[in-house]
Structure formats: structure tokens, C-alpha cells
Design a protein around this ligand. Structure first.
Ligand SMILES: *Cc1c(COP(=O)(O)O)cnc(C)c1O
Length: 591
């Protein structure tokens, strides 16, 4: 009973010291404390019994709470410990200058230097920490009339949106949510908190809305990670090598290695023979795989089909590697006849090959077995080539499709990577990269201050991602993913068939859930469904969260809009034969 009493009184004490804006506290304030701080009040004889009891809770509060020094306007120079690195420090009253009572007034009336010159710490900070803004003419502006500027920008924004061009060398700032400096009294009024809460609530609403219409990007949005919300309070960082404990203790290596083992089993490599890590994205996997290839074969030439992801060519530029682009078939697969010609022309140099397990635009799967066979036919022995498999898109789908070429370390491949936020369905960008342990020894350096080995591209690594991956792999398992793959392929066929039935050019690769079709005429439609377009084609990537209902909505809307776009016959639907072959094209010419 006594504890309960104490608890509810202390709660009142807490309220008094933290909610100065509430009406009840305004009343108490007017009656009892007249401009002083709650923690420095003396109980008076004529105070009520209740108030005295509330004051008595301060010791407990003081022991267990701390206060944040804001601008110092309510921090008492003489009775509050306000210099953080001097524990228990209290200013001594040396001058009889009662006019300075609060820390905040030191700066403004310029007396600080005079009074405290000897006591002051040399780590003192500048008086005005808010930098001036750099205006577009290069001048410095000081925030006046910001709102007018914003309004002008908003108008610009509308005209700009109509054009929708990518202007290189010009960044768009008009839609940004500016960071505003806190007001001196924000902590008391709560205005800023309320403002931020409303921005976040609105943002959440757009996320919900945008998630509903989402067909063009291969992100599996079918997940519920509510159980992991409790972990957001931790700064989890797996810096360095997943297999070597570093000095930083707040990590999730145990989850990371568990996830890696799962993928190693999928790609048929023994635990003791592989090395890998959870990357920041599929791109990092490609950068790593190609780097390993180059370190193993330093004078190797990088080969990749021209429909490879742009990160492959970025790697070539970053590492200043010679790079040869190989032609593709209409399906988007690497053309091994052309590959052969190019290999034979460069027989004197080793080959590093990027093989696509699903290309970004058409979802084409390169024939790994045929690539290996071509290498052998051209006289490249296994010590003279290195294959990196870019499985960002379908790396986790192909293993479950019967007719698909198997990605396996039983074959002479060097590395495989996959994106974690695509088919796997992680809510933050991440990826998995697996290579052979023997290669890593070529690449890695020891780093003393981490007490670890440096074999990754990035230093600090997201420690949350492995936990999300671990969580979803546990829930779904190999069987769960297989079911999802089956559903995606089935729904993708449904979409392609309905499109063709409606007279719309469309193509679906045999091993893919990416449906390619004619680019919709109207950019608003493209934006609404978030379709990725390239030239005359657009695509829908059928992920597990894309249901038949959603596809029907999309189809109905497309068919309806199309009838208005092309009604008078002046504008015709685009021909996509050059992109996908004549067989899939239903334009006026190829019908
Ligand atoms: C998406 C994608 C990538 C890059 O993956 P990110 O996770 O976006 O960096 C690489 N290759 C292919 C084939 C992709 O589809």
C-alpha cells in the first residue's frame, strides 16, 4: 500500500516537472512556486499536505531521472548541475550578480566571459551554431522570408512535374520536408512534437496508398515483422567479418551466420567451404562477387550480357577492369554464340563472367550450363575463369523451378548473390553474398582495431537486416518459398494470357514472373501503378503480394484507358517486336 502511494505521488511529481503546459500545473505553479524550478523549491509551513508530499518525491525523482539542457533558459546557474563532463558540478557564487540566474541568459547578456573566465572549459562551443543558408546565387541567406521561397518553389514544382524530365546536374529540393530549427520553447509547448507526429502520420498514409498500387518493382510486400519492432531501440552493427567476433558487442552475427548457412545449403556448398555475408543490397553482392573474381584473376576481362544490371558495369568502372558486353537473344538471355566469338578474340586473358539469374527488365535467366560449356569449348580451364551469378531478382526463385538451370557450387562458379528485399521480402534493402572460402583468403586483410578480418565491401553493416531475414526464413522455410514461387509463376501466366486476349502485346519468359508488355501511353497511369519502363516496354513483376484481384483491377483499368488512348486511331499502340520478338507483338504490323 505504501509503495503504491509513493508510486502515484511520484507520478504527480513527474507530471509537475515535465508537463509545465497543463492547466493543473499552471494553477499549482501560480500558487506555490512563483518563477522558480520545481526541484529547488522549499516546502513552506502553510503548504497543503498534498503538496508537501509531492515535493517529498523529488529525491526519488532526482535519483532516477535526468534533465536535458536545452537552450539553458530554465537551468539555474547556481543550483543545477549543468556542465555534463563535470560530474556534480555546481557553480559557486563568487560575484554578487543576481541578475544572472539561468544558464540561457549567459550568452545573451554577454556576461559569461566576464564572470566565468577562469572556470570555463576550453571546449566551449560557438555562440551561433545554425549556419547561414547558401542561396542559389552563392550568397548566404539568413532564413528570412523562407516561406515565400517555398511557395515559389511549389509552383515551379507543378510545371516541372508536367514535364517529368530527368535534368542531370540539377537536384530537386522542392518536395523535401525541410529540417527546421527547434524553437526555444518547443519542449514546453509540444508544438514541434505535434508537427512531427502529423508529418509522420501523413507519410504513413501515403505509404499505405502507394503500397496498394505497386506492380513494377520486384519487392515482396507480403510480410509482417511486428514481432521485431522491439529491436529498433538498438544500434545493431555487424561490422567486419560475420565469422569473426569483433570488439563491438551489439551485433547479430548469430542470426547472420544462420541465414548464410541456409543459403549455402540452397546453393549446395558445405559450411566449411563457403564464406559470405549479408550485404546492403544486391548491388553490393555484385560489387563483391566481381571484386573476388578480379582478385583471383587480376588481369581477367569482365564479360556480361548487355542486359545485365547496371551495377555490373559500375563495378567494371570502379575497378577499372576491361569489360566486354555480350549480345542477348530476344528473351533477354545471354547469346552464347556471341559470347564464344568474344571469348575467342580474348583467349590470352582469363574471363570473369557475370551470369544473370533473372535480368532486371525481362526477367531472363542466362543458361549457366551453356555458359560453362562455352567456356570449356573455347579452351578456358577452370583456373582461368570465374563466374559470378547475379541472382538479385530470381536467386531465391530458380531453385524451386524444375526446369530452371540449377545454381550450385557443385558447378565451377565462384559466387552467388541475391537481394533480400526483393523476393525474400525484407522491409529494408539488404542482400546475401556467398563465395568460396578459398577465394576470401586472397582478398582479405586483418584490421587490428576491429580485431577482425576485412573482407567485406562496407565497414559498418546493418545488423537488423539479418534478423529480418532469419525471421522470414524461419517462418516460410524452403517449402514456403516454393509455394510462393509457384503462385507467382501461375499469376504471371494469368496476367500474360489476359493481356494477349485483350490484344495487348506481352511476353513472359518461361522461368520468370516478370510480364513484359507495351508501354502504357499515359504517364499518370505508369506512375499510379509504379511500372518500370524502358523504351517501348513496361513490366509487371508478379510477387507473392500481387493477387489475382489486384491483377484484375490493373487489367480492367488498362483496357479501359487504352480504349480512350487509341480510340480515334490517330495514335497507335507501340510496336515491341524489337524488344521481345515478333511472336509476342500484337501491334498493327505484327498481329
Ligand atoms: C535489382 C537488381 C540488382 C541490384 O539489386 P539492389 O538490391 O537493388 O542493389 C542487381 N541485379 C539484378 C538482376 C537486379 O534485378
Amino acid at each position: 500500500m505504501e509503495d503504491m502511494n509513493k508510486a502515484s505521488l511520484t507520478k504527480l511529481g513527474w507530471k509537475v516537472s515535465t508537463e509545465p503546459a497543463s492547466v493543473w500545473i499552471q494553477c499549482v505553479k501560480a500558487r506555490y512556486w512563483k518563477g522558480r524550478c520545481f526541484f529547488s523549491l522549499f516546502p513552506r509551513q502553510n503548504n497543503s499536505w498534498g503538496w508537501k508530499n509531492i515535493l517529498a518525491t523529488r529525491d526519488l525523482l532526482k535519483k532516477n531521472c535526468c534533465f536535458k539542457i536545452g537552450d539553458g533558459s530554465t537551468v539555474d546557474i547556481w543550483s543545477d548541475p549543468w556542465i555534463p563532463w563535470k560530474e556534480g558540478f555546481m557553480a559557486k557564487l563568487e560575484l554578487n550578480n543576481e541578475s544572472i540566474a539561468m544558464v540561457g541568459s549567459l550568452e545573451t547578456n554577454g556576461l559569461a566571459a566576464e564572470i566565468l573566465s577562469e572556470n570555463f572549459d576550453p571546449t566551449a562551443i560557438v555562440a551561433e551554431p545554425v549556419p547561414a543558408e547558401v542561396l542559389s546565387n552563392g550568397d548566404l541567406g539568413y532564413g528570412e522570408g523562407d516561406e515565400n521561397n517555398n511557395n515559389n518553389n511549389n509552383n515551379d514544382n507543378k510545371t516541372q512535374e508536367k514535364k517529368r524530365e530527368i535534368v542531370l546536374g540539377r537536384n530537386v529540393h522542392t518536395t523535401c520536408l525541410a529540417v527546421t530549427e527547434p524553437e526555444a520553447n518547443d519542449e514546453f509547448t509540444g508544438d514541434k512534437d505535434a508537427y512531427m507526429a502529423s508529418v509522420l502520420a501523413r507519410y504513413r498514409k501515403t505509404l499505405l496508398e502507394r503500397t496498394k498500387y505497386h506492380l513494377g518493382y520486384p519487392y515482396n510486400l507480403d510480410f509482417d515483422y511486428g514481432a521485431l519492432g522491439q529491436l529498433q531501440h538498438f544500434s545493431i552493427n555487424n561490422l567486419g567479418d560475420p565469422f569473426i567476433e569483433s570488439n563491438y558487442g551489439v551485433h547479430s552475427r548469430q542470426f547472420e551466420v544462420g541465414v548464410l548457412d541456409w543459403f549455402a545449403r540452397l546453393w549446395e556448398i558445405e559450411k566449411n567451404d563457403y564464406w559470405g555475408y549479408i550485404t546492403n543490397c544486391g548491388t553490393e553482392g555484385n560489387l563483391h562477387g566481381i571484386l573476388v573474381g578480379r582478385e583471383v584473376l587480376p588481369d581477367g576481362i569482365l564479360y556480361g550480357s548487355k542486359e545485365s544490371h547496371y551495377s555490373v558495369f559500375k563495378a567494371a568502372r570502379m575497378y577499372r577492369m576491361e569489360c566486354v558486353k555480350v549480345e542477348t537473344l530476344v528473351s533477354g538471355e545471354i547469346d552464347c554464340a556471341d559470347f564464344k566469338v568474344k571469348l575467342l578474340a580474348n583467349k590470352d586473358k582469363p574471363a570473369i563472367i557475370n551470369v544473370n539469374i533473372g535480368t532486371t527488365v525481362k526477367g531472363a535467366v542466362d543458361d549457366l550450363d551453356l555458359v560453362i560449356q562455352t567456356l570449356e569449348e573455347c579452351g578456358f580451364t577452370q583456373d582461368r575463369f570465374y563466374i559470378h551469378c547475379d541472382g538479385a531478382l530470381f536467386g531465391l526463385m530458380m531453385p524451386f523451378v524444375k526446369r530452371a538451370p540449377k545454381v550450385s557450387f557443385k558447378k565451377p562458379i565462384g559466387s552467388v548473390s541475391v537481394s533480400g528485399h526483393k523476393f525474400v521480402g525484407c522491409p529494408m534493402p539488404c542482400g546475401v553474398q556467398i563465395t568460396r572460402l578459398e577465394h576470401i583468403n586472397v582478398l582479405s586483410r586483418n584490421v587490428e582495431y576491429l580485431a577482425s578480418r576485412d573482407a567485406t565491401i562496407m565497414g559498418s553493416r546493418n545488423g537488423h537486416a539479418p534478423i529480418f531475414l532469419w525471421y522470414t526464413l524461419n517462418r516460410k522455410g524452403y517449402k514456403g518459398f516454393q509455394k510462393e514461387v509457384q503462385k507467382c509463376l501461375r499469376n504471371a501466366h494469368y496476367l500474360k494470357d489476359r493481356l494477349l486476349e485483350a490484344g495487348i502485346s506481352a511476353m513472359l519468359n518461361e522461368l520468370s514472373s516478370t510480364v513484359v508488355f507495351e508501354r502504357p501511353l499515359d504517364e499518370d497511369f505508369v506512375r499510379r501503378w509504379q511500372l518500370a519502363c524502358q523504351g517501348n516496354i513496361a513490366h509487371v513483376v508478379v510477387m507473392p503480394n500481387v493477387t489475382i484481384d489486384k491483377l484484375n483491377d490493373f487489367l480492367n483499368e488498362l483496357v479501359e484507358k487504352r480504349s480512350t488512348w487509341y480510340q480515334d486511331g490517330k495514335v497507335k499502340p507501340p510496336c515491341i517486336a524489337a524488344d521481345v520478338g515478333t511472336a509476342s507483338c500484337l501491334c498493327g504490323l505484327h498481329k
